[in-house]
Design a protein. Structure first.
Lengths: 262, 393
């Protein structure tokens, strides 16, 4: 891989600060070898970045839809090793930033250093590791992530204190993942007044990082609402549902993304 | 050896708080306050008085004469089976309900395997008039029916965990998800020395009353506070942590932890984490964990729902790694036989979890003057159906 001056995620946000669309899907779902095809369809239909879920047996931050996709992906035989193999060479045909999202245990078993190295090799740009504590990150992981050009993306929620948001902002790069409500993924739909108050509170904090809103973003209406309050949004469960439908997956993806972008 | 949790919640290499940001404020609130709350005078007064008058503590330390003859050592049983609700679990739920009240929490959730922790939680919620939801694996609901109904009689809602193996691990996942979705008014009463810091330490402290009493009681029986062995079964490890707690620094007291070997440790159907596990992260802590090479958690198996968990508390991973405790495991068959043996020799039908600890006596060698304290963590009422199905008595 040629060395890049700037991470693709940073490049993206330098270029685009509104209506950034980040789409999550689970590696190995609906079938084992769908991963790269889904990525290509997402790029073709105009997603801005993609977040590939590393399936885990015990995804405690996820609601039923993503739990089920994790279970099916594992039954299909997906592993972290296989996912990284599937991504080999993908950079010849795929230009969007790639984020891997996953619980820490499979990564610990793979080996942190080996994982970071392989991520860099195949062209991964960032990581979302929801159960990685901040101090572990700062002490053990950060130097490795930096060495291999990987950005670490932290989550904040409506309950996250202001001082912690500042700390997270300080230690993040790329963007901050704003969890829209106190919930597991896919649990709530729609955006309430409480949430809007939370969104404006964050806006007024003038964070150094861009923000993307995720959890409960499922259609054009919620996407638009999120984009009024942040630099864009992340769609997960609703996308998983869309690719679970009958029919050609590329067509389903196209239809779904068009319906969101309007 | 010092077995102390450090500021970040580690026992040596194990522990910590590996939680998604959604749980951070709740866990942080508990971490910042539990020590102060536990040590407050009014807390201690209420805790001690409930342990005495509601739970029935101190539980006896009983010299088991016929069992002693059988094993050629002086065997004492710490009678946690005589606690109200039938197991040690209630020591922790009393402590945690008082903690929840002082944190201003209005609702309680819990996970349960055998149903003992669920019953103990439902009990303290009834006592305090607090709403209670207990998550239980659908498979466990089937094999521990009486406890499901006990929880319902006590006014708790029992929700079936239908994901994964439908046992304790999955009930724990569901309880954590519930907590994520209800972040402000709910306290999660974890039932063992597992979970993110400060749970393992807090639960151990509430259970440490067991070894506090053993020391005093043994002094009057034997003229010394220190036995040669303390033996306990380990699911998550709360009864063991309670029985070991005040002996950690006494290197001449051998700590013996007994895991469930299911159909045998080579059979693929076992729950013996120290035999089959590797370091990993589950339910908020780094510990020993049964998992695949890819880091997926393996479904354990044991006849005993309370031991059917793929990990152990981080303190036990530390005791194992440092050699401070010795680990044994007992199969379904060995445990069931040991359960019947205790029934016949001492007139006590033990919980099947506890029967695993009893089965280890067979694997150990004693000198006649050895003093062995075995933590009789619970009684077998809830397991009658399993005993009947097994049938060999
Ligand atoms: C009687 C009894 N003993 C032991 C256990 C195992 O739990 P722990 O290892 O936390 O003591 C249980 C759990 O349900 C139990 O009911």
């Amino acid at each position: 891989m040629t060395k890049r001056d700037m991470n693709r995620i940073e490049e993206l946000f330098n270029r685009k600060s509104q209506r950034v669309l980040n789409v999550y899907f689970t590696a190995g779902y609906p079938t084992l070898n769908d991963t790269v095809g889904i990525m290509e369809s997402l790029e073709a239909t105009g997603a801005d970045l993609i977040e590939i879920g590393i399936p885990f047996s015990d995804p405690i931050a996820d609601g039923p839809t993503i739990q089920e996709s994790n279970g099916i992906a594992l039954d299909n035989g997906m592993t972290l090793k296989l996912l990284l193999e599937q991504l080999e060479g993908v950079r010849h045909k795929f230009g969007l930033p790639i984020i891997l999202m996953g619980y820490i245990n499979p990564i610990v078993q793979y080996g942190i250093e080996a994982f970071c190295q392989k991520c860099q090799e195949v062209g991964v740009d960032g990581l979302i590791l929801p159960d990685l504590p901040m101090f572990e990150y700062l002490e053990v992981y950060k130097p490795l992530f930096e060495k291999h050009g990987l950005l670490n993306i932290f989550l904040i929620t409506p309950q996250t204190s202001e001082s912690r948001i500042r700390e997270i902002d300080q230690n993040s790069n790329g963007f901050i993942y704003m969890v829209s409500s106190a919930s597991t993924t896919g649990a709530k739909t729609g955006i309430s007044q409480d949430q809007e108050a939370y969104f404006s509170r964050i806006k007024e904090m003038n964070l150094k990082n861009p923000t993307l809103i995720g959890f409960g973003i499922s259609n054009k209406e919620t996407f638009d609402k999120a984009c009024e309050n942040a630099n864009g949004a992340i769609i997960g469960s609703a996308f998983i549902k869309a690719i679970s439908q009958e029919g050609v997956i590329a067509n389903n993806i196209n239809e779904f993304i068009q319906s969101i972008k309007g | 050896m010092k077995v102390k949790v450090d500021e970040r919640g580690y026992y040596g290499n194990f522990g910590g708080a590996y939680i998604p940001e959604m749980l951070y404020p709740n866990v942080e609130e508990l971490r910042d306050n539990y020590e102060r709350i536990m040590q407050a005078e009014d807390f201690q007064e209420e805790f001690q008085s409930l342990l005495k008058d509601f739970v029935g503590r101190p539980t006896p330390l009983y010299f088991a004469k016929r069992l002693s003859q059988k094993y050629g050592a002086k065997v004492y049983l710490k009678r946690e089976d005589l606690c109200h609700t039938g197991a040690h679990k209630v020591n922790n739920t009393i402590g945690q309900i008082l903690m929840a009240q002082r944190l201003g929490k209005k609702k309680i959730i819990a996970e349960t395997g055998a149903g003992q922790h669920g019953v103990a939680t439902a009990t303290v919620c009834a006592l305090m008039g607090v709403e209670c939801i207990v998550y239980m694996g659908a498979v466990d609901m089937e094999r521990q029916k009486p406890n499901v109904e006990r929880m319902r009689i006590l006014g708790a809602e029992v929700r079936a965990a239908e994901s994964g193996s439908k046992t304790l691990k999955d009930a724990t996942n569901e309880a954590m998800r519930h907590w994520i979705n209800n972040p402000t008014d709910t306290h999660y009463i974890i039932g063992s020395v597992v979970g993110p810091h400060p749970y393992p330490e807090m639960v151990a402290r509430f259970q440490s009353v067991i070894s506090e009493e053993i020391r005093k009681q043994l002094l009057s029986h034997e003229g010394t506070e220190k036995p040669d062995y303390v033996v306990a079964c380990v699911g998550g490890g709360s009864n063991a942590a309670g029985a070991f707690y005040h002996y950690y620094d006494d290197e001449d007291v051998q700590l013996v932890a007994v895991e469930a070997a299911g159909l045998g440790n080579d059979s693929g159907e076992s729950a013996a984490t120290t035999v089959l596990g590797k370091p990993g992260v589950l339910h908020g802590s780094k510990t020993l964990l049964m998992q695949t090479a890819d880091g997926q958690v393996v479904e354990p198996y044991s006849i005993s729902a309370g031991l059917d968990y793929p990990g152990i508390g981080p303190v036990h991973a530390h005791l194992f790694e440092t050699g401070r405790a010795q680990f044994y495991s007992a199969t379904d068959e060995e445990a069931m036989q040991a359960g019947i043996e205790l029934s016949r020799l001492e007139g006590i039908i033990p919980a099947i979890e506890t029967a695993h600890a009893l089965a280890a006596l067979n694997q150990m060698t004693f000198k006649a003057e050895d003093v062995v304290v075995l933590n009789l963590s619970g009684r077998g009422d809830k397991d009658l159906e399993t005993y009947i199905k097994w049938g060999k008595y």
